[in-house]
Design a protein around this ligand. Structure first.
Ligand SMILES: [Fe+2]
Length: 333
């Protein structure tokens, strides 16, 4: 989204420091009155950044993009769901959340409004690991933040209404790329992951054709195992530790062409498909088009992966859950 000047506010460093994630466009204004763009919505705020500006008592120009009241409403709904017991009540609350999502994003709110609520409510991954993601690639954390929020709504529209399971979906999706956070990470690896999501099986070929080093190839090929190991070490954070397997075969394909093991994955259960679909919806990118046009983005989403790994049923349920008028287009596979 292009920044507009309409709702710029002056934000002292001490107020900005209270945030964990940047929820607007952040500018620095020099004494001469020149404006420098510093940070996008969804970027993790690191301490060195705050320290640097704290010494100068910087006052930023800030254009918030989220609607805090709506974020709080979502959090309230999640909390209500958490304490329900009976299936009928759980279903009704889930429906209420889905309807609220629909209403919010038909009104072109910024997706971060929802992503913040999900982060505040569900995130249990240690902060240091999130910082590591952020330090590996500025956009890796943001990609994961948005993917994880999509996992929540995909879960709800696919009749998963148990709070602990939704929470597991969230954290698994958020940490799915933790295995990429290696010292030999580079734009090659990020780009290879994007390509892999776009056209399954193409990531490695592309890296080779671009002359990636052995170390880079290794980071790419090993990241599902590394992420899996990460969740094995953090099983205590999950209500359903068996869900961690999804990290291992996130890039396995139906026809056995995937990696790390080349296991044909003919049948993917719907809970696995929730996480895979959520993570392939969002690329590691500088700019996102869906942020203020979430519904259109979801309805027009086309991806060859829908056929290669059987996530199309989950995708269809997502679209049906969100739009009564949406006509399902059968995709290949
Ligand atoms: Fe990946």
């Amino acid at each position: 989204m292009k920044p507009t000047n309409e709702n710029t506010i002056s934000l002292p460093i001490k107020d900005f420091a209270k945030k964990v994630i940047c929820d607007g466009h952040l500018y620095f204004r020099s004494k001469e009155g020149r404006r420098f763009y510093l940070m996008k919505p969804g970027i993790f705020i690191d301490e060195s950044f705050l320290k640097k500006h704290a010494t100068h008592q910087t006052v930023f120009d800030y254009e918030p993009v989220t609607n805090e009241a709506i974020t709080l409403e979502f959090q309230k709904l999640f909390k209500e769901l958490k304490y329900l017991q009976f299936e009928k009540d759980l279903r009704m609350k889930t429906q209420e959340i889905v309807n609220h999502f629909k209403m919010t994003f038909e009104n072109k709110n910024h997706f971060l409004t929802f992503a913040m609520a999900c982060y505040n409510e569900f995130c249990v991954l240690p902060k240091n690991d999130l910082i590591r993601m952020h330090e590996t690639d500025l956009h890796l954390f943001r990609k994961s933040l948005y993917s994880a929020a999509f996992a929540v709504i995909i879960g709800f529209t696919n009749d998963f209404y148990h709070y602990p399971m939704i929470k597991d979906f969230y954290n698994l999706t958020l940490g799915l790329d933790v295995g990429l956070c290696e010292s030999h990470y580079s734009y090659f690896v990020a780009e290879a992951c994007n390509r892999e999501n776009e056209t399954p099986g193409s990531g490695l070929e592309w890296m080779k054709s671009e002359g990636a080093t052995e170390l880079e190839l290794n980071v790419f090929l090993k990241h599902p195992e590394k992420s899996h190991k990460y969740f094995e070490d953090h099983q205590n954070l999950m209500a359903y530790p068996e869900l961690k397997e999804i990290a291992l075969y996130q890039h396995e394909l139906s026809n056995g062409r995937g990696f790390p093991r080349g296991i044909p994955k003919g049948q993917v259960s719907s809970w696995e498909a929730v996480v895979i679909l959520a993570s392939s919806l969002v690329e590691i990118k500088d700019e996102y088009e869906f942020e203020t046009d979430v519904m259109n983005y979801l309805f027009s989403y086309q991806n060859t992966k829908l056929g290669e790994i059987p996530v199309h049923r989950v995708y269809q349920k997502l679209c049906m859950g969100l739009g009564d008028l949406f006509k399902i287009k059968e995709t290949a596979g």
